[in-house]
Design a binder for this molecule. Structure first.
Ligand code: HEM
Length: 379
C-alpha cells in the first residue's frame, strides 16, 4: 500500500497512518516511510543493516557509518559537550533579551520568523564567532531554506544549499589564511588536529553546514512549536516562571516538541535485504525515519501532555549512534530564550490563529509562520 505525505502536515500524515495501524508505508517515490516508534528505534539502532550513507554529498558526520563515523563524531562531540556550550550561556541570554525587547515593542511577533529565526541566527553567530554583518543574509537564508524545502523543487533546494556554502566559505577562508587573528570556535575547528591532521576545506564546510544550515531552521521551528504550546496553556507559562530545575524545564520543552516534532525525518538505506515488521525490503531500499510520526505512536504514548512518563521514549533528538550531539546546545539556547521571554511577557494566541498562522506541510513540520501576542509583564 502507498500513502502520499504531500500537502499534509507531518502530524496529520502520521496520525492517519497510526489510526490505520500502519507503522511502515510505501511513499509515492519508492521510498519507505516509518512512523512506528518500535520500528524507527530498531532501524536507528541497527547501522549495519540501515546505513546513513544516503547522499552523494559529503555529510560529516551524519552521512558516515562505522569507524569513520565514530572518529568524526568524537571530534564533533568535543565542541558540543555540555561543559563547552555552557560557557556561552550569558551571551545567549543577552541575545535573547534583545530579541524579546524588540518584539515586545510591537506587542506581537511571528514566533518563527521574528523570534525563532532571529534568536537562532544571533545565538549561532555568538557561539561560532561569526561577524555581525552576516545576520541579515543568514536570516534571509533561513526563511528561503524553509520555503525551498517546502516547495520540494530540487533546483531551488540546490541553490539554497550553494548560497549557504558561499557564506561558510567567506567565514572560513580568512581564518585559514590568518588563524592568529581570530579567537573563536570556527577557528578552533579550522586548526583542529584531533584526527592526527588538519581538516580539509570541504570537511570544515561540511561540519559547519551541519552545525548551522539545517539547525538554524530547526531551532527557529522549535521556538515556534514551543510558543504555540505555551500560548495555549497559561498555567504552563506560570509553572515555567517558577524557576524549575533545568532538567524539569527541559522535560516540558521536550514534551511540547514531541507532540509536534518539527525535525521531521532522517534517511537511511538498507545494506542488504531485510525484513521489518513482516515487510520485506530489498538491498538499497531508501527509508525515511519519520520522527514526528514515531513520537506520536499511540502504542507508546498516551494522548496527553505528560513530560515525565514520555521522557524515556521521546525521539525528538533521534536514537542510536547518530543521536543528536547538538541537544545540550539546543536545550541551553531554548531554555535561556524562554526564560527571558516568559520573564518579560505573557504569550497569548491571536484570534483566528489557524488562519493567521501557517502550518508546515511535508517535508517541513511545526509552524511555518505563527503570530503570537506578547503582553508586557509588570515587575
Ligand atoms: C534545534 C533542534 C534540533 C533537533 C530537533 C535536532 C535533531 C536531530 C536528530 C533527530 C538527529 C538524528 C539524525 C539521524 O539519526 O540521522 C540529529 C543529528 C545531528 N544533529 Fe541535531 N538537532 C537539533 C539541533 C542541532 C544543533 C544546534 C546542532 C549543532 C550545533 C546539531 C547537530 C547535529 C549533528 C552533527 C547530527 C548528526 C550526528 C551524527 O550523525 O552522528 N543538531 N539532530
Amino acid at each position: 500500500m502507498k500513502f502520499d505525505p504531500t500537502g499534509r502536515t507531518p502530524v496529520d500524515f502520521a496520525d492517519e497512518l497510526h489510526e490505520m495501524g500502519c507503522p511502515i508505508i510505501h511513499g509515492p517515490d519508492g521510498e519507505v516511510i516509518v512512523v512506528g516508534h518500535e520500528e524507527a528505534m530498531a532501524i536507528a539502532n541497527d547501522p549495519e543493516h540501515f546505513s546513513s550513507a544516503v547522499s552523494a554529498h559529503l555529510q560529516l558526520p551524519n552521512g558516515l557509518d562505522g569507524a569513520e563515523h565514530t572518529s568524526f563524531r568524537s571530534l564533533i562531540d568535543t565542541y558540543l559537550a555540555p561543559s563547552e556550550v555552557e560557557r556561552y550561556a550569558e551571551s545567549f541570554r543577552e541575545v535573547a533579551q534583545k530579541v524579546v525587547a524588540q518584539a515586545l515593542k510591537n506587542g506581537s511577533a511571528d514566533a518563527v520568523g521574528q523570534l525563532g529565526a532571529r534568536y537562532a541566527v544571533r545565538a549561532m553567530m555568538v557561539w561560532l564567532g561569526w561577524p555581525e554583518h552576516l545576520e541579515q543574509r543568514l536570516l534571509d537564508w533561513v526563511m528561503s531554506n524553509i520555503a525551498a524545502s517546502r516547495s520540494g523543487d530540487r533546483e531551488k533546494i540546490a541553490q539554497v544549499a550553494a548560497d549557504f556554502d558561499q557564506i561558510i566559505s567567506e567565514v572560513v577562508e580568512p581564518r585559514l589564511k590568518a588563524p592568529e587573528s581570530f579567537n573563536d570556535v570556527t577557528t578552533q575547528l579550522v586548526m583542529d588536529e584531533q584526527l592526527g591532521r588538519r581538516l580539509e576545506f570541504p570537511e570544515i564546510v561540511s561540519i559547519l553546514r551541519n552545525w548551522t544550515g539545517g539547525d538554524l531552521t530547526s531551532m527557529a521551528l522549535c521556538i515556534g512549536v514551543i510558543c504555540h504550546g505555551l500560548a495555549h496553556d497559561a498555567s504552563l507559562q506560570g509553572w515555567l516562571r517558577s524557576t524549575p530545575e533545568a532538567a524539569e524545564y527541559e522535560a516540558v520543552m521536550d514534551e511540547l516538541l514531541r507532540l509536534d516534532n518539527p525535525f521531521v525525518s532522517n534517511r537511511r538505506v538498507t545494506t542488504c535485504p531485510v525484513s521489518i515488521d513482516e515487510v520485506d525490503l530489498p538491498e538499497g531500499q531508501r527509508i525515511y525515519l519519520h520522527w514526528t510520526g514515531a513520537n506520536r505512536d499511540p502504542r507508546v504514548f498516551n494522548g496527553s501532555f505528560d513530560p515525565h512518563s514520555h521522557a524515556e521514549d521521546n525521539l525528538v533528538w533521534g536514537s542510536g549512534p547518530h543521536v543528536c550531539p547538538g541537544r545540550s546546545l539546543s536545550m541551553l539556547e531554548l531554555r535561556i530564550f524562554f526564560t527571558e521571554l516568559l520573564d518579560a511577557a505573557i504569550i497569548l494566541r491571536v484570534r483566528g490563529e489557524e488562519q493567521a498562522g501557517e502550518r508546515g506541510v511535508h517535508p517541513t513540520g511545526g509552524w511555518r509562520q505563527l503570530p503570537v501576542r506578547l503582553l508586557a509583564r509588570q515587575h
